[in-house]
Design a protein around this ligand. Structure first.
Ligand code: ZN
Length: 145
């Protein structure tokens, strides 16, 4: 996870942890981030924006288009949504701030392993299922792809 990058949203209230998959793009391909609060000011999404549960990530399509020969997709279909869903620029976890939370929660469960291995495995399993249920109920983009 050495490729992660923390980005603040436009109103400054929240931040997201981004991951650049497949060692291709980096933070220069990201323009700005809108949390569910500041995204309310956006009138219309364009193809350089990807929407996820109220969050909007705007990518720099000029930079991304210079890589278009690398993506086996027609340039007319090369959108921020495609980049996000393909994992080139995406959240570290399932949600914008899942990365830190996931590590913290996992760390707590990990302490169980020192005293009760069976309880630890059980807790890990339940934790994973609970997360999955919650995220899919909330409707995050990664739960559909
Ligand atoms: Zn904001």
């Amino acid at each position: 996870m050495c490729e992660s990058y923390i980005l603040k949203c436009c109103c400054g209230a929240q931040r997201a942890e981004l991951f650049f998959g497949k060692m291709l793009l980096d933070q220069t391909s990201v323009k700005q981030l809108f949390c569910p609060e500041c995204s309310k000011g956006i009138e219309k999404l364009h193809s350089g924006m990807v929407w996820d549960n109220g969050w909007v990530l705007e990518l720099n399509m000029d930079i991304i288009n210079t890589y278009s020969s690398t993506f086996s997709v027609d340039s007319s279909e090369l959108t921020a949504g495609w980049i996000f869903d393909s994992g080139y620029v995406t959240w570290v976890g399932i949600t914008p701030n899942d990365g830190e939370r996931r590590n913290r929660e996992r760390q707590e469960i990990l302490q169980l392993a020192q005293t009760d291995v069976l309880a630890y495995f059980q807790a890990m399993k339940e934790w994973g299922q609970k997360r999955e249920k919650q995220f899919s109920k909330e409707g995050w983009r990664k739960m559909h792809s």
